[in-house]
Design a protein around this ligand. Structure first.
Ligand SMILES: *[C@@H]1O[C@H](CO)[C@@H](O)[C@H](O)[C@H]1NC(C)=O
Length: 214
């Protein structure tokens, strides 16, 4: 009985704690040892072997190549590029947009994103979860900052004749990205066409056309 009460008390306390980022560090740093077995994140490299390059990345001044069908390019700087980000719950990306280029609707399963426009004008949008699916949208100019809450589908679209550039910070060492079109129409193997025909309320031929593009 006492142990059941303890368990209930524990559940009540633990369920009131909301973890809003990667778990906090219990040491100065835990530079990723990428050769190690990955459990949830990476094991720590021997701290005596850590040097400045473990916390360093160079090249974010370089424009990404936007010659692709969507006209945008994300240059990520997360734990893959900077092993010193392991366990720290933060990362950054540069995104380049060709004129009228789009970073298509996608979500980050593990991160909230805060985006700053460095050059150009962008229409951005968030779509809230079911059942409202409200589209919250705004046109941003140079110097404007916008937030995309964790898990919500969002996009950016260059609404100008010049290139646009943003720098965006994300609240995970490894935010992940799920691009809606690619996951739905570009999965390997395909989701059956009749499933997507029902989901999108279109003819299967429309689905085959879309699947052929991804
Ligand atoms: C950009 O990407 C395109 C398409 O992949 C490629 O043809 C082109 O050479 C690339 N440009 C640069 C500067 O790397």
């Amino acid at each position: 009985m006492a142990s059941q009460l303890l368990l209930l008390a524990f559940l009540a306390i633990s369920s009131s704690i909301a973890l809003a980022s990667d778990p906090s560090s219990l040491q100065d740093f835990c530079v990723a040892d990428k050769a190690s077995v990955s459990v949830n994140g990476f094991a720590c490299k021997d701290s005596k072997l850590v040097d400045a390059n473990d916390f360093f990345f160079s090249g974010l001044h370089l424009p990404g190549n936007t010659s692709n069908p969507v006209g945008s390019r994300v240059t990520p700087v997360n734990v893959v590029q900077i092993p010193g980000l392991n366990t720290l719950g933060i990362s950054v990306v540069r995104i380049d947009y060709a004129p009228w280029g789009t970073n298509p609707p996608h979500t980050h399963p593990r991160a909230t994103e805060i985006l700053t426009v460095l050059e150009g004008s962008l229409q951005v949008g968030i779509i809230t979860s079911n059942p409202e699916n409200r589209h919250i949208t705004k046109v941003l100019q140079k110097g404007d900052v916008f937030v995309f809450p964790v898990g919500l589908v969002h996009y950016q679209h260059n609404v100008g004749n010049s290139n646009a550039v943003v720098l965006a910070a994300l609240s995970s060492q490894n935010p992940g990205a799920i691009t809606v079109a690619n996951t739905v129409f570009g999965s390997k193997p395909d989701i059956p066409a009749d499933v997507l025909a029902k989901a999108f309320q279109v003819d299967s031929n429309v689905v085959f056309n879309l699947q052929a593009k991804f």
